[in-house]
Design a protein around this ligand. Structure first.
Ligand code: AMP
Ligand code: ZN
Length: 139
């Protein structure tokens, strides 16, 4: 596991650049997003450099999502939000703009004006069967 001297989230996670820190332990720093979707929008950052979910060290991903769960519960208790979105983007096409793995934890409030859900599509039973097999066989 390495840290990338040119990566802004490596610098923030390791305290080389100041941030509004919610929580910190040996492996992660949770900060507030600079351009929050809603009040309290937080990011879970590993202190080591992983570009995205594909190259996460085994075990790290689970602990990152456990941390996101703790943050979500704290938002429910502390901010009285009415919902929480946990979102994690991989690659530019999927909306990743900072190429250091992070999990968004976004508290949701009534009439917050945000739309972070997808438009539901239609499924074809045959195609679904094939897709399930294709993904399953690649695991
Ligand atoms: P993503 O598009 O999933 O890669 O998310 C990147 C997030 O990082 C965006 O929501 C940005 O607002 C946020 N961000 C970028 N730079 C900073 C920074 N210096 N401090 C806090 N959040 C940042
Ligand atoms: Zn990094």
């Amino acid at each position: 596991m390495t840290k990338d001297p040119d990566c802004i989230f490596c610098k923030i996670a390791n305290g080389d650049i100041p941030s509004d820190t919610v929580f910190e332990n040996e492996e992660f720093r949770v900060i507030l997003d600079l351009n929050p979707a809603t009040k309290g929008h937080a990011l879970v950052l590993p202190k080591y450099h992983f570009t995205n979910i594909y190259d996460m060290e085994s075990g790290y991903t689970g602990r990152a999502f456990e941390t996101a769960r703790s943050v979500a519960l704290a938002m429910k208790n502390g901010l009285n939000c009415e919902g929480v979105n946990v979102i994690q983007n991989n690659e530019a096409l999927a909306g990743q703009s900072v190429f250091h793995f992070h999990i968004h934890v976004i508290p949701r409030y009534k009439d917050d004006g945000q739309q972070v859900l997808w438009k539901p599509g239609k499924s074809d039973p045959e195609e679904q069967k094939k897709l399930a097999e294709t993904i399953g066989n690649a695991m």
